[in-house]
Write a protein that binds this ligand. Structure first.
Ligand code: ACO
Length: 278
């Protein structure tokens, strides 16, 4: 039995502009229970517009990132409440993953260990992903007799080649962090001891970029995947023009390069501290 209260199912700390959010049910390998899903949504709400949070990192306490949905509490217990129970549990989990997909701040999955099934929802929701080489990823649904639902099939089809997605989903064999990086499920795999430092390095680099441009960029990359070239071209013009109407980043970036010659955009970001904000 897990002794976690609902509040304790997720832990977090804010350090140097980074919110380190942790699945916190290590004794249950951080399986996502309805209580955890509710708390995660609440915490995402609390953190999203805080000035001291520039980047959100999602990681796990103990040996797991998350072992997927809690087979007891998410499936068996909610099913006992009929269709209404099932739909409520789905809304709570899909809800925070959707929220994370379109989060205001850049997000990074730091996959420290086991990542199964439903875990692919938050994995895909994060903009970037870094894994320990020793982490294990798997669509284990087939092993207990269901299809990879809750978006997991979609994540596999989005991130993997057709043949790899089929093999991964049909065989249910776990792969390690190195293979996950080779297959494109994560950006990089690193030795566990080096993982946090690398993720922090990336988070700090993101904090130096214009936050309005970052939000527009991450949304653009997700949106254009499903557009024709012409629709994407049009959407991107309008998205940039909308950003220009409330943020002077573009002007400042041009000024520091063209007039002040204080940086080179090809090699790094302009000095954000000089930009006046509305
Ligand atoms: N749901 C509910 N409980 C879980 C889950 C889960 N997904 N994963 C682990 N637990 C529980 C175990 O039942 C056990 O509880 P207990 O101590 O009360 O008996 C505890 O967590 C520890 O689990 P172990 O299996 O003992 O841990 P171990 O480190 O040996 O193995 C592993 C870890 C490989 C992750 C294993 O627990 C496992 O296979 N879990 C299920 C993974 C899975 O298939 N998840 C569902 C994906 S499909 C979906 O999400 C829709």
């Amino acid at each position: 039995m897990s002794s976690n209260t609902e509040h304790e199912t997720v832990a977090y700390a804010i350090e140097d502009g980074v919110a380190w959010v942790k699945f916190n049910r290590p004794d249950k390998r951080n399986a996502m229970s309805p209580a955890l899903n509710r708390r995660m949504m609440e915490l995402l709400d609390e953190l999203e517009f805080r000035d001291d949070v520039g980047v959100l990192v999602l990681t796990g306490e103990g040996s797991a990132w998350t072992a997927g949905m809690d087979l007891q509490e998410y499936f068996r217990d909610t099913e006992a409440h009929g269709l209404a129970g099932t739909r409520k549990a789905q809304r709570e989990s899909y809800g925070w993953w959707r929220r994370l997909r379109w989060y205001q701040k850049p997000t990074i999955a730091m996959v420290n260990g086991w990542c199964f099934g439903g875990g692919y929802g938050p994995l895909f929701a994060c903009d970037l992903a870094f894994a320990a080489e020793e982490a294990k990823f798997g669509l284990s649904e087939i092993n207990w007799g269901i299809l990879p639902g809750g978006g997991a099939s979609k994540v596999a089809a989005e991130l993997l080649s057709f043949r790899r997605a089929m093999y991964h989903a049909m065989l249910g064999e776990p792969i390690d962090g190195r293979t996950a990086a080779e297959w494109g499920l994560v950006n990089e795999a690193l030795p566990a001891a080096a993982l946090k430092a690398r993720v922090n390095e990336v988070a700090q680099a993101l904090r130096k970029k214009n936050p309005v441009a970052l939000k527009a960029t991450k949304d653009a990359i997700r949106r254009v995947r499903e557009m024709t070239y012409d629709n994407a071209e049009d959407f991107l013009v309008r998205a940039q023009e909308a950003a220009n109407s409330y943020d002077d980043g573009r002007k400042e970036g041009l000024k520091q390069f063209l007039d002040e010659k204080s940086y080179k955009p090809g090699l790094g970001a302009y000095d954000l501290s000089k930009q006046r904000r509305a």
